[in-house]
Design a protein around this ligand. Structure first.
Ligand code: GMT
Length: 401
């Protein structure tokens, strides 16, 4: 029997035989991909009996109020006339300290490095002084590395907090490579890709939608994103304008963001009657269910969760070769992968896919590729990783006693 020690570590270490963990999850609770991944991961872990505590500034978008084993702790930032910018990171670290102690958490898992990793490091140091030892894992999602992290204004803190994380995961091999290339990172990075709930994201019988949107049997093209510059939504318009000259089709643009107004103006100037903007949708899978082709034109994309959601609904994808997209979209199988900005090639591939002779083959290819990212396959990777980080952390704490 192990001798009792005075360090107060999480219950997991005291009850190793149960394997149930108490995990604090920190993320952006809004529409971004990292928040979706964090929320779905937390819900799936809770389903398996783990106790999950979301620590965020508002209720995560995909979280129901009453789910068993799921708790929500709101971070509220008190401002003061002196502050031009309310100190969110400070409030977040303090909340983490509070929740770890009150809820006896075993582990913190922060999604999107900025500023969550440095806030977790600060919380860990405070907890250490109070006699609580807790490891934290940072998941790198994309722009936290490729844009925000690389910014000289943030880089030293991002590098430091990645290196001080007890575990680091990245959502694609490409993001791992990019991180190692641009940051002086000494910690191992585990690649755990995005995942999909195939119960929700599947082809739903919504043929009446298709009839309403495409009354004359047109093909339905779809794009969903947060309308940021990196998504190159204007390329979607360019592709569609060329495509509709050959294939009668309609375009749906789903989501919202900084570029939307500009894109709407551009759309009005071209073929407005065939393009519709739907804004943010709760049940995006219902529209995907009747779509024939998904376009992802990003110049940076660490994984491409929106494309995976489309594939799970049997929608082939034409994507760029940016970031981790080629790791998801299998060229010639689930769709095609083209150079960023190569409109001609994307139009040519779109015409090929939408040909009735080929369409079903690509739909089947998209679905079978999506199945490889079934949450049931990816969740055990996170659980195993949590357990290995907890074990390593326990060993290092024991050695330092
Ligand atoms: O920048 C965004 O588009 C949102 C961002 C986020 O972190 O909220 O999404 C990133 O994370 C997703 C989940 O891991 C990935 O599927 C997206 O590819 C990634 N976006 C980019 O790299 C641009």
């Amino acid at each position: 029997m192990t001798k009792p020690i005075r360090i107060r570590w999480g219950l997991y270490l005291a009850r190793e035989n149960t394997k149930q963990m108490k995990v604090g999850i920190v993320c952006y609770p809004t529409y971004g991909g990292s928040g979706v991944v964090a929320t779905e991961l937390g819900k799936a872990l809770a389903d398996k009996g783990h106790d999950i505590h979301f620590i965020t500034y508002s209720q995560p978008t995909r979280l129901e109020f009453f789910e068993s084993n799921v708790h929500f702790h709101e971070v509220s930032v008190n401002s003061y006339p002196l502050f031009q910018y309310p100190p969110y990171e400070l409030a977040l670290s303090s909340k983490m300290v509070d929740v770890v102690i009150k809820e006896k958490l075993d582990l913190l898992h922060v999604h999107y490095a900025v500023p969550h990793a440095s806030a977790a490091f600060m919380a860990q140091q405070i907890l250490k002084e109070r006699g609580y030892k807790i490891p934290f894992i940072t998941t790198l999602h994309g722009t936290d590395i490729t844009i925000v992290g690389k910014d000289a204004a943030n880089e030293p803190v991002v590098t430091f907090s990645i290196n001080r994380s007890d575990g680091v995961t990245a959502v694609s091999e490409d993001l791992k490579r990019d991180t190692l290339e641009h940051f002086d990172v000494t910690t191992d990075i585990e690649v755990i890709p995005n995942f999909i709930d195939l119960e929700r994201f599947k082809k739903h019988p919504k043929e009446h939608f298709k009839k309403a949107i495409c009354p004359n049997g047109e093909k339905l093209i779809v794009h969903t994103s947060n309308f940021r510059k990196v998504k190159r939504v204007d390329d979607v318009l360019k592709i569609f304008c060329e495509l509709r000259k050959v294939v009668p089709s309609k375009l749906l643009l789903i989501g919202d963001g900084p570029e939307r107004k500009k894109i709407e103006e551009e759309a009005q100037a071209i073929c407005t009657e065939d393009i519709r903007f739907l804004g943010k949708l709760e049940a995006v899978e219902e529209v995907l269910s009747v779509s024939d082709l998904f376009l992802m034109t990003s110049e940076k994309e660490s994984f491409g969760l929106a494309a995976l959601e489309a594939m799970a609904c049997e929608v082939p994808v034409i994507s760029t070769n940016a970031g981790g997209l080629p790791e998801l979209n299998k060229d010639g199988v689930s769709g095609f992968v083209c150079e960023v900005g190569d409109i001609d090639s994307m139009v040519e591939k779109a015409i090929h896919i939408l040909d009735n002779e080929h369409l079903q083959k690509f739909k089947d290819g998209a679905l079978s590729r999506a199945k490889e990212f079934d949450i049931e396959n990816i969740l055990p990777k996170y659980v195993d990783y949590y357990q290995s980080v907890l074990k390593k952390h326990k060993e290092s704490v024991t050695q330092s006693l």
